[in-house]
Design a protein around this ligand. Structure first.
Ligand code: WT7
Length: 571
């Protein structure tokens, strides 16, 4: 069935003729917008914050419009500039050097954003951790990155297994803690006495800036390493894709523990000098709507799961709020169902623009632009400067309308530059000059890309990426669990839910209480979003002769599909 196409609407978009731009654009063209073009000095924190703080017309503009249950606050560009200078001074006092890893493990708050830019100003590499992570997830990431300093809250401290983290020298606590110690530093006390001026560490475009951990199908989470150069793409996609203009009020719903929450929750809006709404906590449909209404949000970047929840909340709720300021809506993270696009036309009288990218790609690559036709169900077309294609397993391009590996010609500004501590893993992403995404897709005759699924076992639940191996490893730490295989099971609301197949150790009997206990064990040990919603006890878990769990087979069983070639199955 050919879904109805949604033509572009008349509008005062930043740019209109993308087809022309696709043939003429060069990434170097963007450099002239930044100060390094004249000074040769670079730091993304300068371009996103200090540059505006130095500009008399911008310095008192609200940069951060923060709201969470019980707290409302706004900071101007000048405020963030000074406070991040103070924090950079605190870090210097404790000898943080360029290239050191400084991690953040805390809820979205003004302190988070101040600390984040303070880290970048010292030339250190920031590592934001999602606040819902539990001990195992925190341990894996801090160990692998060899973080020297962690910024966290007293509440979250108990999830930081300090005895297993020999490299962690200092913990900066946002909030009070009574026992004094050499290791703990009080954020507020130090900020009070720190100077508001700081000599920013000028770095090279290719110097390290950020590490986001993400999950693959095997092994521990991987540290995806990004450099300051990424700002070129954050900036330009902020203009083209988010269509940001000076008077916009922008809201990105993602947490900065994930890449959307940094690339588009921090960098794209602030590199473009735009007011950025940050809302703390998890949301309900009422929260979403009232945040849009209350702050007169004009540009909104969110995710399909959120939108599907709004669809389920019904039309009655929509009518209670005023969305007249809203002019541009975008989505990322999972397939955006055509039904949701159709709903958006009714509920907001706006098109919802799907965008495709990954932690590894650092910024948007394939998108629906405001001035181009939308084909509901399609992720859109590559932005200017990006060559995308469908390739076979040898990296040869294949013709339109045939499924294959979604691949990008390597070498765009925001591309990851390494997997931390794992060069061979990094190399494995590239075949014949193409970055191979792990997604399958096809391209139609007009160059629109259509997502088909993941080619590996990575699970996407409510837009959050979960590696089955991490969940399996946690499951088998439970005394009752002998073996575990974990898959994503399709779910109408969350895209996928996590389903675990387990075998029990001798002496354990299946019961609802036991299964709930196992679920809680993963939830409290790893993280809530990684806890299996369904657990099925079996007599055995299918494995290959070399002992690898056959998740594909588990999935086929679950979906009632033909099981295909099982010749490698262990007897
Ligand atoms: C995976 C990357 C960086 C964005 C947040 C997720 C899936 C992402 C779409 C989309 C269908 C999508 C892919 C991709 N994905 N965007 N528009 N349509 N699937 O980043 O956690 O690194 O996950 O999310 O499978 O590979 P991530």
């Amino acid at each position: 069935m050919d879904m109805q196409r949604v033509p572009a609407r008349e509008g005062n978009y930043n740019l209109k003729n993308y087809d022309e731009l696709r043939s003429t654009f060069k990434w170097e063209d963007v450099h002239k917008h930044f100060s390094w073009n004249e000074t040769g000095k670079v730091n993304i924190a300068y371009e996103a914050i200090d540059r505006h703080a130095e500009n008399p017309e911008k310095k008192d503009k609200v940069a951060l419009l923060y709201s969470a249950p019980g707290r409302e606050e706004s900071l101007t560009f000048s405020d963030i500039s000074k406070k991040s200078n103070q924090f950079a001074n605190v870090l210097k006092k404790y000898d943080v050097q360029k290239g050191d890893r400084v991690f953040l493990f805390m809820p979205r708050s003004p302190e988070f954003y101040v600390s984040f830019f303070g880290i970048l100003k010292t030339g250190a590499i920031a590592g934001p951790l999602f606040e819902a992570f539990m001990e195992q997830a925190v341990r894996d990431r801090l160990q692998d990155s060899e973080a020297r300093v962690l910024i966290t809250t007293p509440d979250l401290l108990e999830r930081v297994p300090q005895e297993d983290l020999p490299d962690l020298e200092k913990i900066i606590l946002v909030g009070n803690r009574s026992e004094p110690s050499d290791k703990y530093i009080d954020f507020y006390e130090e900020m009070e006495v720190a100077s508001e001026s700081f000599d920013i560490e000028w770095v090279d475009l290719e110097d390290g800036m950020l590490i986001h951990y993400t999950s693959g199908s095997t092994g521990k989470p991987k540290g995806v390493y990004h450099v300051h150069n990424a700002m070129i793409q954050h900036y330009v996609t902020g203009q083209w894709v988010l269509d940001l203009k000076d008077d916009d009020v922008y809201w990105c719903t993602a947490d900065p523990g994930w890449v959307t929450g940094t690339s588009y929750g921090v960098f794209a809006p602030w590199l473009n000098g735009v007011t950025n709404v940050i809302r703390g906590g998890r949301f309900t449909p009422e929260d979403w709507y009232s945040t849009l209404d209350k702050h007169n949000v004009t540009v909104w970047y969110t995710a399909p799961t959120a939108l599907r929840m709004l669809v389920s909340a019904g039309e009655g709720l929509v009518k209670k709020y005023d969305f007249s300021s809203l002019r541009h809506v975008l989505s990322v993270g999972e397939p955006l169902n055509p039904e949701v696009v159709t709903w958006g036309l009714k509920a907001f009288d706006l098109r919802i623009h799907d965008t495709w990218w990954m932690t590894e790609t650092g910024a948007q690559l394939i998108v629906n632009l405001p001035s181009e036709e939308i084909r509901p169900g399609s992720m859109g077309k590559p932005i200017p400067g990006i060559e995308a294609s469908i390739v076979d397993n040898e990296g040869n391009e294949i013709p339109p309308n045939q499924m294959g590996n979604l691949a990008i010609k390597a070498g765009w500004p925001s591309m990851m530059r390494a997997i931390w501590n794992n060069p061979s893993k990094y190399d494995s992403y590239f075949i014949n000059g193409w970055y191979v995404s792990g997604d399958s897709a096809y391209r139609d005759e007009d160059g629109y890309f259509w997502f088909q699924g993941r080619l590996d076992d990575v699970i996407n639940t409510s837009g959050e990426r979960v590696g089955p191996f991490e969940v399996e490893s946690k499951l088998i730490e439970h005394p009752a669990v002998a073996e575990a295989g974990v898959i994503g099971k399709p779910d109408p609301q969350r895209g996928e839910i996590i389903k675990a197949f387990i075998t029990l150790n001798p002496g354990y009997q299946e019961s609802d209480e036991l299964l709930e206990d196992i679920r809680q064990f993963v939830k409290t040990g790893l993280s809530a979003h990684a806890a299996p919603r369904e657990i099925e006890v079996r007599d055995s878990i299918p494995k290959t002769r070399s002992g690898k769990i056959m998740r594909r087979l588990l999935k086929s069983w679950e979906l009632g599909l033909p099981t295909g070639d099982t010749s490698t199955l262990e007897s």
